[in-house]
Ligand binder design. Structure first.
Ligand code: ATP
Ligand code: MG
Length: 293
């Protein structure tokens, strides 16, 4: 076990008697990228904002870099960078002014110009932030979180609204943070993003944990491989634990019929499949049986 950056033990949060977080426990090691996943209203932002010190918890223990974030502490604030789910701090400032302003809040900031370039806003450095597009504003949010060169970064849906190229660029930025040994707590609804970036993920539903582990280790309860092909223009899918045997049978039958097996695909379940299985309460399972899609 490495050194712990974030510890959450039995965290609870009620809003007017409604429990948004119901006994969450997890830990994030230093240098780790940890993904918090879950449906809308699962309690991700509530949890992240408690860790950031923006919200008080109702019960449970929380430690961020050894501090209780509820006790507002300048030293802790200077070691942490934050992208809130909804932002837009300084509508009248230019990108450069906003980033330079934020840099002043930190003892050893990054170079503001370099940070603006890092998030791909170089050409917009002199634009007012209220004149940016949605995705550009989100990039500014990322620059504001990174300019202090923090050791721990909270990113609540950092790439929502990004175009595909910008999302890949942001992944590059987050990978760079990881290479620099920073700790990242990330929420996202993009499961490919979690799969690409996170060392470990926690899947949260109704304020409670339903699964935790490295994305590749979160196996679905249903069969491990999907084998599919086209028959009469429709895709037929089988789920199986033993693709070798199934493929032998399918291809053998096709060869015997003298027909090719069109559009043959063999796939492992993605993190998205696992996520949907764990978070959807009513899902029609068709294990082992062929199904059409
Ligand atoms: N300030 C608040 N007052 C009352 N209820 C709140 C407040 N903030 C959040 N909630 C409720 O707490 C629950 C969890 O909300 P939260 O924002 O933490 O979810 P989330 O997992 O971040 O969802 P999303 O994916 O939509 O961002 C929701 O049911 C929400 O309505
Ligand atoms: Mg949220």
């Amino acid at each position: 076990m490495g050194e712990i950056a974030i510890e959450v033990d039995g965290l609870r949060k009620s809003y007017d008697g409604v429990e948004a977080v119901r006994g969450l426990s997890f830990g994030v090691e230093r240098g780790e990228v940890f993904g918090l996943l879950g449906p809308n209203g699962a309690g991700k932002t509530t949890t992240v904002e408690i860790l950031e010190g923006y919200r008080e918890r109702s019960a449970g223990e929380v430690r961020v870099l050894g501090h209780d974030p509820q006790v507002r502490d300048r030293e802790l604030q200077q070691r942490v960078g934050i992208v809130l789910q909804s932002c837009g701090f300084y509508p009248r400032l230019t990108v450069r002014e906003a980033v330079e302003h934020m840099a002043k809040a930190y003892p050893r900031p990054r170079d503001p110009r370099e940070t603006i370039d890092l998030v791909g806003l170089g050409e917009k450095a002199d634009a007012r932030s209220n004149k940016l597009s949605g995705g550009q504003r989100r990039r500014l949010d990322l620059a504001l979180a990174l300019v202090g060169d923090p050791e721990l970064v909270f990113l609540d849906e950092p790439t929502t609204g990004f175009d595909p190229a910008a999302r890949r660029a942001a992944w590059g930025v987050i990978d760079t943070l990881k290479d620099l040994g920073k700790t990242v707590l990330l929420t996202t609804h993009y499961l490919d993003e979690a799969q690409a970036l996170a060392d470990r993920v926690a899947i949260v539903k109704d304020g409670a944990m339903v699964a935790e582990g490295p994305p590749s280790d979160l196996g679905p309860s249903s069969a491990g491989y999907r084998v599919s092909y086209l028959a009469g223009g429709r895709r037929v899918e089988h789920q199986t634990d033993d693709p070798t045997d199934l493929l032998h049978r399918l291809t053998g039958d096709a060869i015997a019929r003298g027909e090719p097996l069109e559009g043959l695909e063999v796939a492992r379940p993605t993190l998205e499949d696992v996520y949907l299985e764990l978070t959807e309460s009513a899902r029609c399972d068709v294990e082992q049986e062929p199904r059409q899609r």
